[in-house]
Design a protein around this ligand. Sequence first.
Ligand SMILES: *Cc1c(COP(=O)(O)O)cnc(C)c1O
Length: 362
Amino acid sequence: MTDQRIFNFNAGPAALPLQVLEEIQSSFLNFNHSGMSITEISHRSSYFDKIINDAADRAKRLLKLDDRFHVLFMQGGASLQFAMIPMNFLSDSDSADYVNTGTWSTKAIKEAKIQNKFHSVVASSEDKDFSYIPKDIEFSKNARYVHLTSNNTIKGTQFREFPDTNGVPIVCDMSSDIFSRCLDMEKFGLIYAGAQKNLGPSGTCMVIIRQDMLDMANENLPSMLKYSTYSSKNSMYNTPPCFGVYTIDLVLKWIEEEMGGLEKMEEYNIKKADLLYDFIDSSSYYSTTAEQYSRSLMNVTFRLPSGELEQKFVASATEKGLGGLKGHRSVGGCRASIYNAATMEGINALIQFMESFEKENK
Ligand SMILES: *Cc1c(COP(=O)(O)O)cnc(C)c1O
């Protein structure tokens, strides 16, 4: 128990920028002189209209999206997207390519399978426990889309560059690295991200979809499972996750105005990750689990000499105000999730702790 805010390395829900939390706190009871909390305002009001449009505009500016792209706010997390993507884009004769780089890709593939949609897993890193990102992938010529997971939250790997797919649009799960770096949007037909890693509270999913993807989507679906329902109603066919959208707007404002935009955000993220990886590389006590060229800038997975020491490490870190360092339950080990909101101060504190833990537990 603590009265202080900790250095939060949780994988998700994860740390948010302190300024954002403070702004939420200070306007929570009376949003923008409305006399109401953001959680009490009608989504049909001009107050909320402004918020949702502002959030979409900021997303467009940050990613330099042109008018072909629509920014949508949905529910059901990234996991609903796994199901909606094949549902919307594959008819009985179409097929899609999937690259399997870990737990989340596997789940995305499972949803195509459940629906009996044609798909090929054109590359996988399962042979080495998903510790790397496959290279030189041969994509099908006639695929409707190529599905990738840009950052593998659990294994700590990341596409540092996106492959050439011969013009086939990439549909990408960016749940754990959206807005962490600049993107060449020409390659992408659809990007989606559950908010709780890098954007805001859980319960909201951001989807960025290109017009030609909307044009080819299957219309013969329940309203809530069609992208066109969201794009034609400014994400307000039904009541949207208002608080989530509001928080995302503030987080994007923070990236634009406090961090100085996506280029600066990326530089900062590289600096933070480099510092931590350099330290781990220089140590014979700690070791990373991901191959060097595939390492994630967002989730640093590492091991200690034994499982026992790892347990002690996590417990002792927690006592010192460094939280969330336990690896995913499926893989064990340790993981420091260092999303946009993680500070250099937190990285330095973590490294200092790791140094002293090593000395005391040789
Ligand atoms: C966390 C995560 C998900 C799952 O998100 P939900 O919002 O819980 O459905 C999917 N993909 C990636 C890459 C993730 O990190």
